[in-house]
Ligand binder design. Structure first.
Ligand SMILES: *Cc1c(COP(=O)(O)O)cnc(C)c1O
Length: 467
């Protein structure tokens, strides 16, 4: 088997093995790490289509994680998905004209578990081989924090420091994080907004001396392992839906998008040879990506809070990976575009191109009113309760109903995580419940309030990082 190496989109790092790419997180030149080639798996599709979720995950991941011995990789995958509450891990079901891919059966009820249960296992494995410790520093607006904490809680060689904006995440999301009181878990409520948390995180990673001294690690979707784990469910669901739809030869996916990580995994699946006609990118009012795919202009706007907060992002970090391929894998061109965007808040590229790539991603927007109406409609007509992120994707899928191909809508969170929006949409309180969330009521919590200041957070990490 050919060894897979990783390179930075900005050209400053190359030749990294998979394990080094995972431990590095954000590339040291500020770019993102990508595999140096994308394997073509068209010849394997027939053999893969009846595999169980963990078996399929193993087959896909071994192409990218060539420096992990196969038996070890099999163990990591099996352990990661044994925590899921559904035997299929990621089941699909028909709802009206679309298929809903349920990605929320993991321990924290959001699709982030699919990647972070795996990444937690992977960190533990790599550290047990190499020795040493890892200090994960993360910023969250809600779902990433709890999924990441759940992936590494109790691990001996890992500490995790998760910053959330004080008083600005939902009470339920806050409790999901702060009720984990293992000694290696530190919740920091930063007196600022989510953007402040994210810029503190970036400042700590860009302090290379600090990053090296404390072995900082990343669980955000800048980490390649997260994208890799997410490629799997595109294959898994396409196999199920193609089998269940007579005459269908390809599928399309609709993806509620924030940081562009989830839909990017679908893009890789398509490049690998999965028959995907189109990827539909759904945004809420924070529509920088939808505007880009309509006009070719990438222009930063003001973030507005919405009913689907995990999509409230203006600058999508994984967009740089897509841009890298779009610019013919030319790091100098990526550096130029990213510098222009950093300096002016805007940049543009020609989307027409000769390759026909302009319609492989089509974008649409669902505002709060449409999202709530979609939740209500699917509840009343199909007896399916969609969370507000999923509903935005379903709304956009309905706008692109012009092809015969079956459409798979990614359901990224369990509706019980967003009870206020569900009540607003349906008029019914307590419709969306889950025993895992009910059990958090009154649980002891641990959280440190810190000022909105890089030095305060740096000192906190220094004091608590351990040897
Ligand atoms: C994180 C998240 C998203 C956005 O995913 P990206 O990979 O950031 O595009 C959508 N829905 C939910 C529920 C999420 O937690």
């Amino acid at each position: 088997m050919n060894e897979m190496k990783y390179v930075s989109t900005r050209g400053g790092q190359d030749g990294l093995g998979f394990q080094d790419a995972v431990m590095t997180g954000l590339a040291r030149d500020g770019g993102l790490l990508v595999p140096e080639r994308i394997p073509d798996v068209r010849e394997k599709l027939a053999d893969w289509k009846d595999l169980s979720y963990p078996e399929l995950a193993f087959e896909i991941m071994r192409l990218f994680a060539t420096d992990v011995p196969e038996e070890d990789l099999r163990g990591l995958v099996t352990r990661a998905y044994s925590t899921f509450m559904h035997s299929e891990v990621a089941p699909v079901r028909k709802a009206g004209k679309v298929w809903v891919l349920e990605l929320f059966h993991g321990p924290t009820l959001a699709f982030k578990d699919i990647a972070l249960q795996f990444l937690g296992q992977l960190y533990s494995y790599i550290l047990s081989k190499r020795g040493g410790r890892l200090n994960i520093v993360a910023a969250t607006s809600g779902d990433t924090g709890s999924a990441a904490i759940c992936g590494v809680r109790g691990q001996e060689r890992v500490n995790i420091f998760v910053m959330h904006p004080h008083g600005r995440v939902s009470p339920l999301q806050e409790r999901q994080m702060t009720s984990v009181t293992d000694a290696n878990v530190f919740n920091l409520a930063v007196e600022g907004a989510f953007d402040d948390c994210q810029s503190i995180m970036k400042a700590l990673f860009n302090d290379l001396a600090f990053k090296d001294e404390f072995s900082l690690g990343s669980v955000n979707s800048v980490n390649w392992a997260r994208i890799l784990a997410q490629i799997v469910y595109y294959f898994y669901s396409a196999f199920r839906v193609l089998e269940g739809t007579s005459g269908a030869e390809a599928v399309q996916f609709s993806v509620p998008t924030g940081n562009f990580g989830d839909i990017l995994a679908g893009w890789y699946a398509k490049q690998m040879g999965l028959p995907v006609r189109r990827l539909l990118l759904a945004t809420n009012e924070n529509d920088i990506l939808a505007r880009f795919f309509h006009t070719g202009r990438y222009v930063r706007g003001q973030v507005v809070p919405t009913v689907n907060p995990s999509m409230d992002i203006q600058v999508a970090s994984n967009f740089e990976r897509w841009l890298y391929y779009r610019l013919a894998q030319n790091p100098a061109a990526v550096r130029e575009k990213m510098a222009e965007f950093a300096a002016t808040g805007a940049m543009g590229i020609d989307l027409r191109g000769a390759s026909g790539a302009s319609d492989e991603i089509m974008a649409g927007t669902s505002d709060t009113k449409r999202t709530l109406a979609t939740i209500r409609k699917y509840w009343e007509k199909e007896n399916v309760l969609l969370d507000p992120h999923t509903a935005a994707g379903v709304f956009v899928a309905e706008q692109y109903d012009d092809r015969e191909d079956p459409t798979i809508c990614l359901a990224t969170a369990h509706p019980a995580k967003f009870p206020a929006a569900i009540e607003q949409a349906t008029g019914k309180p307590n419709l969306a419940r889950h025993s895992i969330l009910d059990a958090l009521e009154g649980a002891p919590t641990r959280c440190e309030i810190v000022p909105n200041d890089v030095n305060a957070v740096r000192e906190f990490v220094r004091r608590n990082a351990g040897a």
